[in-house]
Design a protein around this ligand. Structure first.
Ligand code: FAD
Ligand code: SF4
Length: 400
């Protein structure tokens, strides 16, 4: 007797360029490029916000809203700052993400790794793959700072017969992944997340580079760093820094994707393990272990890392409150004033470590709350998760 195929296999993926069910809010996570579009109404991060349900499914509990750390950083059992003793050349930071993926593959914990390489013609054009060798994982190192359809390879996972898989991804991708996890036919799924914010389409990225860098065509890598500057790395190895407060906010206001302007999953709350930078001292990476699977993943690389406890210093609140109005009015400071303000905030007021992470979360959640309220008022109540509402309620927002 042959079993009937699961219902989703009859669903039809959307063709490239076709309008997605989340319309303008689509983050191009890739789910709708597969027959798992069958579950889109339930699974899409922008159609159905369901953090408490998916957190309980993944971590065994949802966030404790009375806990400040849970509200900001999500369910977790450990946090630390870390860096590789021997950094991977060309990685975004020291390459902890790539190293964990390689170790998990080499030790047979997984048979494949969903990650993002770039196309031959464009270093920033994402090309999701299922890597089956360490070389393929290494070729995916460094951020492709553009919306990436990581879940578009999910049908290939089913066809390959793989049973143990690692997925590397950002929050919106992981929310949809968790919602269809039980349909993937896997025995074990590991999820290695990065925080993510202010992502852009490929065209938006070009506008950002053209507006901000002295040499847009030679940028190989950039990051918004804890010293309140954007650091661009160029092909010749040189570094260019531009103060956050000198960015042309009026020009750049529309550059970020609407999905990212209405996202409240900065810290990737549904990954097993998160590797970012913003809760760590300058030059270090920030690790959040959410559950036992995440702990097992981290243990595969502990002997290659220097670590230190997370710390917190300074007070972000006034800087966040002032940035709300400045961003809203599209204020752009002259470069000398922007540099000075960056130095004052960094050296004098100095939110550092976890306080810097809170600064960044507060600034983005207040901005995104305003964006959602203005552009999608009918979605506001259900789309903004409770933990984000609590964070936003601490600030005075413009009335309209
Ligand atoms: P590497 O070893 O270089 O590996 C990078 C991995 O990222 C690769 O495996 C690749 O598959 C994956 N990847 C690359 N581009 C994408 C993409 N577009 N979508 C999904 N996966 C991708 N951290 C913070 O603390 N604060 C932030 O504000 C922040 N913003 C980010 C914004 C974006 C768009 C991205 C992709 C990441 C962001 N991060 C942020 C995470 C941080 O920049 C590093 O990616 C992380 O610390 C890992 O560094 P690494 O050297 O270990 O990674
Ligand atoms: Fe589909 Fe993902 Fe876009 Fe939602 S965000 S409409 S699930 S491709």
């Amino acid at each position: 007797m042959t079993l009937a195929p699961p219902p989703h296999q009859k669903a039809k993926a959307l063709r490239p360029g076709a309008r997605r069910p989340a319309k303008d809010l689509c983050s191009e996570c890739g789910l709708c490029d597969t027959y798992y579009i069958h579950y889109v109404k339930d699974a899409c991060a922008f159609l159905n916000q369901q953090f408490p349900t998916l957190e309980t499914q993944t971590h065994g509990r949802s966030r404790d809203l009375e806990s400040e750390d849970d509200c900001y950083f999500g369910v977790h059992q450990d946090m630390m700052a870390a860096r590789k003793q021997e950094p991977i050349e060309g990685a975004q930071w020291t390459g902890i993400v790539s190293t964990i993926a390689i170790e998990m593959l080499n030790r047979g914990l997984v048979e494949g790794v969903v990650c993002v390489q770039n196309t031959d013609r464009d270093r920033f054009q994402p090309m999701p793959i299922i890597a089956r060798t360490p070389e393929e994982i290494l070729a995916a190192r460094v951020n492709k700072p553009t919306l990436s359809p990581n879940l578009s390879v999910l049908e290939q996972v089913a066809q390959s017969g793989m049973k143990r898989l690692l997925v590397i991804g950002v929050g919106c991708q992981i929310q949809a992944l968790r919602a269809v996890e039980s349909q993937l036919g896997l025995e074990q799924l590991y999820v290695l997340g990065t925080p993510c914010v202010d992502n852009v389409t490929r065209a938006g990225l070009q506008k950002f580079l053209d507006t901000t860098s002295r040499s847009p065509e030679t940028v190989v890598h950039y990051e918004f760093m804890q010293d309140f500057r954007v650091h661009f790395k160029h092909e010749d190895g040189s570094t260019e820094t531009v103060p956050f407060f000198g960015l042309n906010t009026r020009e750049l206001k529309d550059v970020f994707a609407p999905s990212c302007m209405s996202c409240f999953d900065y810290v990737n709350g549904l990954a097993d393990l998160v590797v970012g930078y913003m809760g760590a001292p300058f030059g270090w990476q920030w690790i959040v272990v959410r559950n036992d699977r995440g702990q097992a993943m981290l243990e595969t690389v502990m002997d290659q890392l220097d670590t230190q406890p997370v710390a917190s210093q300074g007070n972000r609140v006034d800087a966040v409150q002032q940035s709300i109005a400045a961003y809203d009015k599209g204020v752009t400071l002259p470069m000398w004033a922007a540099k000075l303000l960056g130095i004052v905030i960094d050296k004098v007021l100095g939110p550092k470590g976890l306080e810097y992470a809170r600064f960044s979360i507060d600034s983005h959640f207040t901005r995104n709350y305003l964006y959602t309220r203005r552009n999608y008022p009918e979605k506001l109540a259900a789309h903004v998760p409770e933990f984000a509402k609590r964070i936003v309620s601490r600030y005075k927002l413009p009335k309209t």
